[in-house]
Design a protein around this ligand. Structure first.
Ligand SMILES: Cc1cc2nc3c(=O)[nH]c(=O)nc-3n(C[C@H](O)[C@H](O)[C@H](O)COP(=O)(O)OP(=O)(O)OC[C@H]3O[C@@H](n4cnc5c(N)ncnc54)[C@H](O)[C@@H]3O)c2cc1C
Length: 583
C-alpha cells in the first residue's frame, strides 16, 4: 500500500476519496474500526438523529469527573462506523465567521484562512436552492447534499419575528462568512431520498478502484524508523498484531479523541504521559493530546399549547410514529424528515448590551490572566471582535434536556415541547485527552475542564437567562403554556441575589457538551505546543500526517463538520501536490 488512512470517519473518508481521485496511480487503504452500515435507519432517517448514541455505532467515551460542573461525568459520543461522527451527528450544517478561520493563519499556519477554507468547504457540498436561503458561500457540486428542511413546524414560524423583535436581523447568507443573525438552518440531507448525507454515502462512492476500504479493523500504532534525525512511518500495526506496510505515508484521521492516543501509543508525545503509560518515547512532542477545546450548551424547554404538534408526538404516540415511518420509507413527506431549522448566532453586545458584554470580556481577561499561551490570547481577540458569534441559540422542536421527557403515566406525558438550546461559542476552558496505559483496550483520560473559569460559568448563566427572555418575547411567547425546564419553581422570574444563586446552580447542574472536541493534535508552531505543521505533518516525522478535527488550533463557532470536511479537502490538495512533486 502506498498511502494508509487510519479512521474512515468524516475527514478520513473524504480524504481517502479525494486521494483516490487525485492520485489515480496510487493505492490507498482506508482502515476503519467500526462496521459499514449503509442500511441502518437510525443513521439514515433524519428524524431519528440521536438514536445511535450509546449503541454499537458509538465509542461511548466519557470524561473524567468535571470539578467545575458539580463533578459530573460527561458523555463523549464518537462515531464507530464507516462515516465516523458524520453518521451520528445532528446534521446542523453551518460555518463560522471569516475572522475565526483567519485566526488559524495568524497562529502560525500560512495558507489556512477564510479564503482557502471557504474554497475547500464549497467543494464539499451541493446545496439545494431554497426560497428561505441565499447563494453566498454555498457549494453547488460537492458530494454532501444539503437542504433547508421541507417541513417547518407551525409554532416555529414565530422564531424569526421573535428574534427580529429582539433586534436580531434575518440572515439569508449565513454560510458566507457572516453567520450573525437569525436564520433557517441548513442540514446535510439528500433531497432525492430525504436521507442523511454523510461521509460514507456522500464521498466514498465517488472513489476509484484504487481505494480499498477495510472495516472492523482497529489500528494499534504507527510503526516508525529513524532516518537522518527524523522518523519515517513505515506502516501500521493492527490490534491483532498484523503489520501493514505503507510505501509513501500514513495519515491519522481517528478524530480528536483517538488521533492523539494513536500518536502516544506510537511513542510520540509528552514524556510524563508516556512514562505514566509505560510507553517508550520516540519523539518528544508535549502538545500531543493537549489544547482540548469543546463547545458546551445549556437548554430551556417550554410546554406547547395543545393546538401545536411537536415532534414529541413520535415518542408518545406509537401508532402515529409507525404511520410516519411508513411515509418516510415510501419516500413521502414525513415528520421523520425533520432535523432542525431555526437558529441564531449573536455576539455578546447583541445578547446583553454593551455593558453586559464588557463585564463578560473582563471576566475573560481575568480568566486568561497573564497566560502567554497563543491560543488563549487569540481567543480573547475573538471575544473582542463584534463579527464573531459568541452565542448560538437553536430552536429545537421537541423536548431535549436534563430533566427528561415526562414519564408514561405522568400528567404531562403526551404533551409537546420545544427546547431552546444555547451553545457557548468561545469558552475559555481548555483540557486534554491522553492514553491511560499502553493498552489500546483502555479508555482514554478525557478532561475538557468544563466550566473551570468564571467567564465560562457566567456565559452559561447569560445564555440560559437569554433563553427565558426569547421565550417570553412575542410572538413566540404566544405558543407555549409553561416553562418546563428550568421552570419557575427551580428559578423564579424575579432578580434577587437568591435567584442569581439559583441560575448558577442550574447552570452547573445542567450544562452539557455539544460534542465538538478539537485541538488535540493542534496545527501550531512546535514551540507553541503544536503537533502538526501547516502541511499537517507530525513534527519530527517525514511522512506521518494528522487530518481530522484534532488539528484545528482554535475552536470555531457553530457546528464544526463543514470545517472538518474542509480540512480533509485542503489536506488532499496538499498531499496530492507533494506526491506530484516527488514524481
Ligand atoms: C453526537 C454528535 C452530534 C454532532 N452534531 C453535529 C452537528 O449537528 N453538526 C456539526 O457540524 N457537527 C456535529 N458534530 C461534530 C462533528 O460530527 C465532528 O466534529 C466530526 O464528524 C469529526 O470528524 P473527524 O473526522 O474528526 O472524526 P470522526 O468522524 O469521529 O472519525 C474518526 C473515525 O476514526 C475511527 N477510528 C478511531 N480510532 C481508530 C483506530 N484505532 N483504528 C481504526 N479506526 C479508528 C472511528 O471509528 C471513526 O470512524 C457532532 C458530533 C457528535 C458526536
Amino acid at each position: 500500500m502506498i498511502q494508509i488512512v487510519v479512521g474512515g470517519g468524516t475527514a478520513g473518508s473524504a480524504l481517502a476519496t479525494r486521494l483516490s481521485q487525485g492520485l489515480p496511480g496510487a493505492s490507498i487503504l482506508l482502515l476503519e474500526a467500526g462496521p459499514s452500515a449503509p442500511d441502518e435507519e437510525r443513521i439514515n432517517i433524519p428524524g431519528r438523529k440521536g438514536s445511535t448514541l450509546g449503541t454499537v455505532y458509538d465509542w461511548n467515551f466519557t470524561t473524567v469527573a468535571q470539578p467545575g460542573a458539580n463533578s459530573r461525568v460527561f458523555s463523549v459520543p464518537r462515531g464507530k462506523v464507516l462515516g465516523g461522527s458524520s453518521a451520528l451527528n445532528l446534521m446542523s450544517w453551518d460555518r463560522a465567521s471569516v475572522a475565526e478561520y483567519n485566526a488559524w493563519e495568524a497562529l502560525g499556519n500560512p495558507g489556512w484562512n477564510w479564503q482557502s477554507m471557504i474554497a475547500a468547504m464549497k467543494r464539499v457540498e451541493t446545496f439545494a436552492p431554497s426560497p428561505h436561503y441565499g447563494t453566498t458561500g454555498v457549494g453547488t457540486s460537492g458530494p454532501i447534499k444539503t437542504v433547508i428542511n421541507r417541513l417547518i413546524p407551525t409554532h416555529q414560524e414565530s422564531w424569526i419575528p421573535t428574534m427580529n423583535t429582539l433586534g436580531v436581523p434575518f440572515n439569508k447568507e449565513s454560510l458566507g462568512g457572516n453567520p450573525l443573525g437569525v436564520m433557517y438552518q441548513p442540514s446535510n440531507i439528500d433531497p432525492a431520498t430525504w436521507t442523511r448525507s454523510y461521509a460514507a454515502n456522500g464521498y466514498l462512492p465517488n472513489a476509484g478502484s484504487n481505494l480499498e476500504v477495510v472495516t472492523g479493523v482497529r489500528v494499534a500504532k504507527v510503526n516508525l524508523v529513524r532516518c537522518a534525525g527524523r522518523f519515517t512511518a513505515t506502516g501500521v500495526t493492527l490490534q491483532d498484531g498484523t503489520v501493514i506496510q505503507a510505501r509513501k505515508e500514513v495519515v491519522l484521521s481517528a478524530g480528536s479523541i483517538q488521533s492523539p492516543g494513536l500518536l502516544e501509543l506510537s511513542g510520540i508525545g509528552r514524556e510524563s504521559v508516556l512514562d505514566d503509560a509505560d510507553i517508550d518515547q520516540v519523539i518528544n512532542l508535549p502538545g500531543v493530546g493537549e489544547n482540548l477545546q469543546d463547545h458546551f450548551r445549556i437548554q430551556g424547554s417550554f410546554q406547547l399549547k395543545d393546538n401545536y404538534t411537536s415532534f414529541d408526538i413520535l415518542r408518545s404516540n406509537a401508532t402515529l410514529a409507525s404511520e410516519q415511518l411508513a411515509l418516510w420509507r415510501a419516500g413521502q413527506p414525513s415528520l421523520y424528515d425533520y432535523t432542525g431549522s431555526g437558529y441564531t448566532f449573536l455576539n455578546w453586545d447583541k445578547t446583553v448590551g454593551a455593558s453586559g458584554a464588557s463585564t463578560l470580556r473582563s471576566l475573560a481577561q481575568q480568566a486568561v490572566g497573564a497566560s502567554s499561551n497563543l491560543v488563549d490570547k487569540k481567543r480573547l481577540g475573538l471575544l473582542a471582535d463584534s463579527s464573531v458569534p459568541q452565542l448560538e441559540v437553536i430552536f429545537s422542536d421537541g423536548y431535549t434536556g436534563v430533566k427528561g421527557y415526562p414519564a408514561a403515566g405522568a400528567p404531562l406525558f403526551g404533551k409537546g415541547f420545544f427546547t431552546l438550546i444555547a451553545g457557548i461559542m468561545h469558552p475559555l476552558s481548555r483540557g486534554s485527552v491522553h492514553v491511560r496505559t499502553s493498552s489500546l483496550a483502555d479508555q482514554p483520560v478525557i478532561n475538557p475542564n468544563y466550566l473551570s473559569n468564571e467567564y465560562d460559568i457566567q456565559a452559561a448563566i447569560t445564555a440560559i437567562k437569554y433563553i427565558r427572555k426569547i421565550a417570553n418575547t412575542a410572538p413566540l411567547s404566544s405558543v407555549w403554556v409553561s416553562e418546563y425546564e428550568p421552570g419557575l419553581a427551580a428559578v423564579p422570574a424575579t432578580t434577587t441575589p437568591a435567584d442569581e444563586a439559583k441560575w448558577r446552580e442550574f447552570a452547573l447542574a445542567t450544562t452539557l457538551s455539544i460534542f465538538h472536541p478539537v485541538g488535540t493534535c493542534a496545527m501550531l508552531p512546535r514551540n507553541k505546543g503544536g503537533v502538526v505543521n501547516p502541511k499537517l505533518v507530525v513534527y519530527g516525522t517525514t511522512n506521518l500526517r494528522v487530518v481530522d478535527a484534532s488539528i484545528m488550533p482554535i475552536l470555531v463557532s457553530g457546528h464544526i463538520q463543514t470545517a472538518v470536511y474542509g480540512i480533509a479537502e485542503r489536506a488532499a490538495e496538499l498531499i496530492i501536490q507533494d506526491a506530484n512533486k516527488r514524481r
